[in-house]
Design a protein around this ligand. Structure first.
Ligand SMILES: [Zn+2]
Ligand SMILES: [Zn+2]
Length: 181
């Protein structure tokens, strides 16, 4: 975590009438120092080292409060489990950004792409849009390598049957990355 993140955070809380508690500092500190976009459970485990009595329910409650004042945001709708990050300007990833999401291991990476920042919606359907966040989905390098190794083994070992399976997989190829899902 960058020095000053917690000062920024404390000032932001006070500005929004939220008291600056040890719990909030620990939760925000853990989020701001990680680029892993952790789930509430993972965050709970990380913060418990500092605050052993902290319950998961309290982590959720604090995340909700911090989301309301814009210090924390949740990331993408792909996962069954919510994932969070510090979103206060100057903390965490530093500012608004987009995400690369692995559909296999659910890894989330920050994506800074000025071209996406300039996207304008052709038909916002009456919405007053204040930001557009792009979520690019595909396989991360690790999962991609695993899939390719598996596919190579299938093709080598199973002949015709393997071709059919490879073909059905290819129909789900992601156009952006061109990798198999
Ligand atoms: Zn992956
Ligand atoms: Zn992010």
């Amino acid at each position: 975590m960058k020095r000053g993140d917690l000062d920024l955070f404390a000032a932001h809380c006070r500005q929004h009438g939220l008291s600056v508690t040890h719990q909030r500092l620990a939760i925000f500190g853990a989020l701001a120092s990680s680029r892993e976009h952790p789930s509430a459970e993972q965050l709970h485990r990380a913060v418990q080292r500092k605050l052993p009595t902290l319950s998961l329910a309290t982590v959720y409650k604090n995340l909700e409060a911090l989301k309301k004042i814009g210090a924390v945001s949740d990331v993408n709708a792909l996962h069954d489990q919510g994932r969070y990050e510090a979103s206060l300007n100057g903390t965490g990833a530093g500012g608004p950004h987009h995400h690369l999401v692995c559909t296999s291991c659910k890894r989330v990476r920050d994506l800074h792409d000025p071209a996406f920042d300039k996207l304008v919606l052709r038909d916002p359907q009456g919405f007053a849009v204040h930001s557009v966040r792009v979520q690019a989905e595909g396989l991360c390098p690790d999962c991609g390598a695993r899939e390719r190794a598996l596919a190579a083994r299938r093709t080598a070992g199973m002949g015709r049957g393997a071709d059919v399976r490879t073909h059905t997989k290819q129909e789900r190829t992601s156009p952006r990355t061109g990798v198999l899902r």
